[in-house]
Design a protein around this ligand. Sequence first.
Ligand code: ZN
Ligand code: ZN
Length: 286
Amino acid sequence: MAWPEGAHRNNAFLVLHVFLQGMVYTEYTWEILGYCQELDFSLCYLLLPHLLLAVNLVFFTLSCLTDPGTITKANEALLLQVYEFDEVMFPEKRWCSTCDLRKPARSKHCSVCNRCVHRFDHHCVWVNNCIGAWNARYFLIYLLTLTASAATMAIVTTVFLVRLVVMSDLDLYVDDLGHSQDVDTIFLIQRLFLTFPRIVFLLGFVLVLSFLLGGFLCFALFLAATNQTTNEWCRGDGAWCQHCPQAAGTPSAELRAYRNIHSHGLWSNLREIFLPSTAHGDRKKK
Ligand SMILES: [Zn+2]
Ligand SMILES: [Zn+2]
């Protein structure tokens, strides 16, 4: 395994990704772990984000360094046999003039990496690699563990702050008559922010991240379950459905004729992601 070949590749987003992940974990370890241990939180529970990070880093590295399915003269003939041409989105007689190769169905030329990729999904700037047939499984697990680590960090931080509020009576104030009164939520958040600004900021950040990543993960799982790539979904404008012949009056003749011919049921679709066809060819047209 080696860094895939490609011209004009930019590592800026990859470096930013590693930097942000490092910052969040440092902050979590420094601020939350220390306080939580004083509050007798279970260590297994507190270290769950670190365990997820270890798994995440393995799959991040695999997503970065695994060949996504580069089409070459050597494997061109074999990969042409893997998927059926639909003659709508992927016509049979198409060439990539840059690579001087025939284009297998579901492949695409990546202008960033300057190569044609088998079952092209998208070019991910965060891992600085294309996501294709041979690394889609790693990318999916990477996304899953990244979302899980952000979510567990958000849960631990929230539980810590709630316990802290209850223990330190931050949710109460004493009025002019000397009676304890509940403070309202906005005031409580302000109080927490003034007392623990870095922890509240961390919680806000990981909460937003959890929702964004969760949304992206759901989309990626939906595509995997229905055997679509992001490239196909965008080009088909989300119109792929093997059960739905196109509605009459669809403006584009291309869309009208189009339906997903690659989906063969949930388990078959997932098997295709997790046990992809290789350059040695273990899969033929269905
Ligand atoms: Zn090409
Ligand atoms: Zn690429």
